[in-house]
Design a protein around this ligand. Structure first.
Ligand SMILES: [Cu+2]
Length: 158
Protein backbone atom coordinates (compact mmCIF):
# COMPACT_ATOMS: atom_id res chain seq x y z
CA UNK A 1 0.00 0.00 0.00
CA UNK A 2 2.75 2.39 0.95
CA UNK A 3 4.65 1.49 -2.19
CA UNK A 4 1.57 2.18 -4.28
CA UNK A 5 1.09 5.56 -2.62
CA UNK A 6 4.69 6.61 -3.12
CA UNK A 7 4.41 5.75 -6.79
CA UNK A 8 1.34 7.93 -7.06
CA UNK A 9 3.12 10.76 -5.26
CA UNK A 10 6.14 10.41 -7.56
CA UNK A 11 3.82 10.48 -10.55
CA UNK A 12 2.12 13.62 -9.28
CA UNK A 13 5.45 15.31 -8.68
CA UNK A 14 6.48 14.52 -12.24
CA UNK A 15 3.21 15.87 -13.56
CA UNK A 16 3.71 19.07 -11.57
CA UNK A 17 7.26 19.44 -12.82
CA UNK A 18 6.09 18.95 -16.38
CA UNK A 19 3.45 21.63 -15.79
CA UNK A 20 6.03 24.15 -14.61
CA UNK A 21 8.64 23.32 -17.20
CA UNK A 22 7.32 22.77 -20.68
CA UNK A 23 9.93 21.63 -23.21
CA UNK A 24 12.35 24.51 -23.60
CA UNK A 25 11.64 26.34 -26.81
CA UNK A 26 13.10 29.62 -27.91
CA UNK A 27 10.24 32.04 -28.43
CA UNK A 28 9.26 35.68 -28.52
CA UNK A 29 6.07 36.82 -26.82
CA UNK A 30 4.17 39.90 -25.65
CA UNK A 31 5.60 42.08 -28.41
CA UNK A 32 4.18 45.58 -28.71
CA UNK A 33 5.20 48.96 -30.05
CA UNK A 34 4.75 51.88 -27.71
CA UNK A 35 4.07 54.78 -30.02
CA UNK A 36 5.88 57.96 -29.23
CA UNK A 37 3.41 60.71 -28.28
CA UNK A 38 5.59 63.12 -30.28
CA UNK A 39 5.29 62.86 -34.04
CA UNK A 40 8.62 62.19 -35.79
CA UNK A 41 10.37 61.07 -32.61
CA UNK A 42 11.17 57.36 -32.29
CA UNK A 43 8.82 54.83 -30.76
CA UNK A 44 9.94 51.70 -28.90
CA UNK A 45 9.41 47.97 -29.37
CA UNK A 46 9.09 45.83 -26.23
CA UNK A 47 8.84 42.04 -25.93
CA UNK A 48 9.85 39.01 -23.89
CA UNK A 49 12.22 36.31 -25.11
CA UNK A 50 12.01 32.81 -23.61
CA UNK A 51 15.21 30.81 -23.75
CA UNK A 52 15.34 27.47 -25.55
CA UNK A 53 17.26 24.27 -24.78
CA UNK A 54 20.63 26.02 -25.23
CA UNK A 55 22.11 29.46 -24.62
CA UNK A 56 21.86 31.84 -27.54
CA UNK A 57 21.91 35.55 -28.33
CA UNK A 58 19.37 37.84 -29.90
CA UNK A 59 21.36 39.47 -32.69
CA UNK A 60 18.89 41.59 -34.60
CA UNK A 61 15.30 42.60 -35.08
CA UNK A 62 13.89 43.51 -38.48
CA UNK A 63 10.57 44.48 -40.01
CA UNK A 64 9.44 45.27 -43.54
CA UNK A 65 7.08 47.89 -42.04
CA UNK A 66 9.77 49.85 -40.18
CA UNK A 67 12.36 52.17 -41.67
CA UNK A 68 15.00 51.67 -38.98
CA UNK A 69 15.39 49.57 -35.83
CA UNK A 70 18.12 49.67 -33.19
CA UNK A 71 18.56 47.57 -30.05
CA UNK A 72 19.30 49.75 -27.03
CA UNK A 73 19.83 49.35 -23.34
CA UNK A 74 19.01 51.95 -20.72
CA UNK A 75 21.77 52.15 -18.10
CA UNK A 76 22.52 54.25 -15.06
CA UNK A 77 25.77 56.16 -15.32
CA UNK A 78 26.82 58.68 -12.68
CA UNK A 79 23.24 58.79 -11.51
CA UNK A 80 22.01 59.60 -15.00
CA UNK A 81 19.77 57.34 -17.02
CA UNK A 82 21.09 56.98 -20.54
CA UNK A 83 20.77 54.68 -23.54
CA UNK A 84 23.45 52.88 -25.38
CA UNK A 85 23.36 50.60 -28.44
CA UNK A 86 23.11 46.90 -27.71
CA UNK A 87 24.85 44.67 -30.24
CA UNK A 88 23.37 41.44 -28.89
CA UNK A 89 21.32 40.26 -25.93
CA UNK A 90 22.24 37.00 -24.20
CA UNK A 91 19.29 34.59 -23.94
CA UNK A 92 20.16 31.89 -21.38
CA UNK A 93 18.79 28.35 -21.55
CA UNK A 94 15.21 28.41 -20.31
CA UNK A 95 15.77 32.03 -19.37
CA UNK A 96 13.39 34.95 -19.63
CA UNK A 97 14.73 38.20 -21.02
CA UNK A 98 12.41 41.17 -21.02
CA UNK A 99 12.73 44.17 -23.26
CA UNK A 100 10.74 46.66 -21.22
CA UNK A 101 10.42 50.36 -20.42
CA UNK A 102 13.53 51.55 -18.57
CA UNK A 103 15.64 48.57 -19.70
CA UNK A 104 16.47 46.88 -22.96
CA UNK A 105 14.36 48.04 -25.87
CA UNK A 106 14.36 48.41 -29.63
CA UNK A 107 14.09 51.92 -31.02
CA UNK A 108 11.64 52.25 -33.89
CA UNK A 109 11.91 54.90 -36.58
CA UNK A 110 9.46 55.26 -39.44
CA UNK A 111 6.43 52.98 -39.04
CA UNK A 112 4.75 52.74 -42.43
CA UNK A 113 1.13 53.76 -43.01
CA UNK A 114 -0.02 50.19 -43.62
CA UNK A 115 1.16 49.05 -40.20
CA UNK A 116 -0.28 52.15 -38.53
CA UNK A 117 -3.66 51.53 -40.16
CA UNK A 118 -3.61 47.83 -39.25
CA UNK A 119 -2.49 48.62 -35.72
CA UNK A 120 0.33 46.09 -35.79
CA UNK A 121 3.62 45.22 -37.45
CA UNK A 122 5.41 41.96 -38.23
CA UNK A 123 8.92 41.47 -36.88
CA UNK A 124 11.61 38.87 -37.39
CA UNK A 125 13.98 38.18 -34.50
CA UNK A 126 17.31 36.66 -35.52
CA UNK A 127 19.38 34.62 -33.05
CA UNK A 128 23.02 33.56 -33.05
CA UNK A 129 22.01 29.88 -33.37
CA UNK A 130 20.49 30.70 -36.76
CA UNK A 131 16.88 30.64 -35.60
CA UNK A 132 14.57 33.32 -36.95
CA UNK A 133 11.33 33.88 -35.09
CA UNK A 134 8.45 35.92 -36.46
CA UNK A 135 6.19 37.85 -34.10
CA UNK A 136 3.43 40.39 -34.51
CA UNK A 137 3.57 43.50 -32.34
CA UNK A 138 0.42 45.48 -31.63
CA UNK A 139 0.89 49.23 -31.90
CA UNK A 140 -0.16 50.97 -28.69
CA UNK A 141 -0.75 54.65 -28.34
CA UNK A 142 0.31 56.43 -25.18
CA UNK A 143 -2.50 56.44 -22.64
CA UNK A 144 -4.12 59.86 -22.09
CA UNK A 145 -2.23 62.06 -19.61
CA UNK A 146 -2.99 61.31 -15.98
CA UNK A 147 -3.85 57.64 -16.45
CA UNK A 148 -0.24 56.48 -16.86
CA UNK A 149 -1.53 53.41 -18.68
CA UNK A 150 -0.09 51.15 -15.97
CA UNK A 151 3.39 51.88 -17.29
CA UNK A 152 5.77 52.69 -14.40
CA UNK A 153 8.07 54.64 -16.73
CA UNK A 154 5.16 56.74 -17.96
CA UNK A 155 5.85 55.50 -21.47
CA UNK A 156 8.39 58.25 -22.05
CA UNK A 157 11.48 56.57 -20.69
CA UNK A 158 12.05 54.12 -23.50
CU1 LIG B 1 16.68 53.82 -27.04
Amino acid sequence: MFRMLSMIVAGLALALLAGCQPPAQLLVEKAYIQLSPVKDSPSALYFTVRGGPADTELRSVSSASILRLEMHETVEENGMSMMRPLRAAAIPTRGKVEFEPGGKHVMVWGIDEGARNRGNAEFVFTFSNGEKIAATAAIRAIAPAGTNGGDPAGGMNH
